[in-house]
Design a protein around this ligand. Structure first.
Ligand SMILES: Cc1cc2nc3c(=O)[nH]c(=O)nc-3n(C[C@H](O)[C@H](O)[C@H](O)COP(=O)(O)OP(=O)(O)OC[C@H]3O[C@@H](n4cnc5c(N)ncnc54)[C@H](O)[C@@H]3O)c2cc1C
Length: 426
């Protein structure tokens, strides 16, 4: 018999889960049910930790894509330092080891009265609780001339996969001496240091292969995360290659001309050989269409349970949530998802609810052997989430310390993926 490829296996797992759904739901009528919308970092972690903490709960994870490619480390891919395959992960372990029903479909809508979520392909799943983790959506209305179609010419590469590959191909085919124009978004957005990490690693790539090329960052802001660390590294590693123009200098980003591959600011128009526009962001479309978003564009939540303040019984974790001081990062999505899973498990099994411990750890590459980190702990305070403690790498650190941090980042990636997608024993 022909052996199956991994990809075929993942599709089959999804198809079988869907086919088995009717009988399984009927057979376990008395079991509490949680449906998780989105199998990114927040959703996959929530599903796993629900399954682990309360085996009596039936957990269903709905995610359209058969595999998940991480945004974190995708800047290393752009620099030619890792493959996209090494950043791509499947759902087999969540299904097999943790007994989660993994369905490869999109959730079209949630009905909080009937307590059902409707899949795009037709079936409806009943739930006791829903966890929503759809990530971000791009607010194209806020950037003249740039829309979904334009991303095929000028990629955002802010969701990893095809967009990241497109940007990498454009960098590869760019002539030496060209200008790479990166448009950095206004706050809040997914991963505050990432646009500047991208500039650093593209500069590393240029230094190896196209040393006459330059990087121009047109920022919607006047300052950015870990600015002193980046400015110091750009001076040490990439002198004269990276120019950062804040909004107060340009007057702000006014429009994108996709045909001309140029960015218009209030003061000047900048022509690019390769452009990378990271648009303003808001909570994923599913959250917007299902009454989970307030005027900020993000989802207000209870800081202990991550239950929506707008829709009882529906919890929101990850980038889509509006969670006080917590930034939009993968580590935060994972930390929120664990707190949310434990709160739901406590509510559905009648066990005692614990106050959550919330964390963020971020590794940022300034070059392949030069990385900095940031570790923060948070706690719920008076209806929101506040920073309790904070560690940040310092400008004057030794090359040895930075090298060690870069090695730590590699170990973190492997451990974090095991924690989220569950490869090894719990
Ligand atoms: C370049 C870059 C570098 C980064 N580096 C780091 C880093 O070093 N460290 C770090 O901690 N973070 C980093 N991040 C941030 C991190 O990637 C995000 O914060 C994280 O992915 C958020 O997780 P999430 O679960 O909220 O969303 P996502 O991981 O985006 O997952 C959302 C999922 O929901 C699914 N979905 C959407 N709508 C539906 C629907 N209707 N039905 C079913 N499924 C749906 C999507 O297909 C997707 O799989 C980086 C981001 C970028 C862009």
């Amino acid at each position: 018999m022909k052996s199956r490829t991994r990809r075929e296996f993942v599709y089959l797992t999804g198809a079988m889960a869907l086919a088995a759904l009717g009988p399984r739901l009927a057979a376990s009528e008395s079991k509490a049910r949680v449906v998780v919308v989105g199998g990114g970092i927040g959703g996959a972690t929530a599903a796993k930790y629900l399954a682990v903490s309360a085996p009596t709960i039936e957990v269903t994870l709905v995610e359209p894509k058969p595999n998940y490619t991480t945004c974190f480390f995708s800047n290393l891919y752009l620099a030619g330092l890792c493959s996209l395959d090494s950043l791509t992960h499947g759902y087999e372990t969540l299904a097999q080891r943790y007994g989660i029903n993994v369905i490869h479909d999109s959730v079209a809508a949630v009905d909080p009265v009937a307590k059902t979520v409707g899949l795009k392909s037709g079936p409806k799943l009943t739930y006791d609780r829903v966890v929503v983790a759809p990530g971000i959506a791009f607010n194209y209305d806020a950037l003249a001339g740039y829309d979904e179609a334009a991303t095929q010419v000028i990629p955002h590469a802010w969701n990893a996969g095809l967009q990241t590959q497109l940007l990498r191909r454009q960098l590869e085919s760019m002539e030496d001496g060209g200008v790479f124009v990166l448009v950095a978004p206004p706050n809040p957005f997914r991963c505050p240091p990432a646009p500047y990490e991208r500039a650093s690693l593209v500069a590393y790539y240029f230094k190896q292969h196209k040393p006459r090329s330059r990087i121009l960052i047109l920022d919607a802001k006047d300052s950015f995360n870990a600015q002193d660390l980046f400015l110091d590294a750009w001076e040490r590693h990439y002198r004269g290659m990276i120019e950062w123009l804040p909004a107060q200098f340009t007057g702000g980003i006014k429009a994108i001309d996709v045909k001309e591959r140029s960015v218009k600011t209030a003061s000047e128009t900048f022509k690019a050989a390769v452009a990378n526009v990271i648009p303003p962001q808001r909570a994923g479309q599913f959250a917007q269409q299902n009454g989970l978003v307030d005027q900020s564009g993000w989802c207000p939540i209870d800081p202990i349970t991550f239950e929506s303040k707008l829709q009882p019984g529906i919890h929101v974790v990850g980038d889509a949530s509006s969670a006080g001081d917590m930034p939009k990062s993968a580590f935060v999505a994972n930390s929120q998802a664990k707190a949310c899973a434990f709160a739901i498990a406590a509510a559905l099994t009648g066990s005692e609810r614990q106050s959550p411990h919330l964390f963020n750890t971020c590794y940022t590459h300034l070059g392949p052997d030069d990385a900095v980190s940031n570790a923060v702990s948070f706690k719920p305070v008076a209806g929101t989430i506040k920073i309790v403690d904070n560690f940040v790498s310092q400008v004057q650190e030794s090359a040895e310390t930075r090298h060690r941090t870069a090695r730590e980042a590699q170990s973190w990636y492997a451990a974090f993926m095991r924690d989220t997608f569950g490869y090894a024993a719990f």
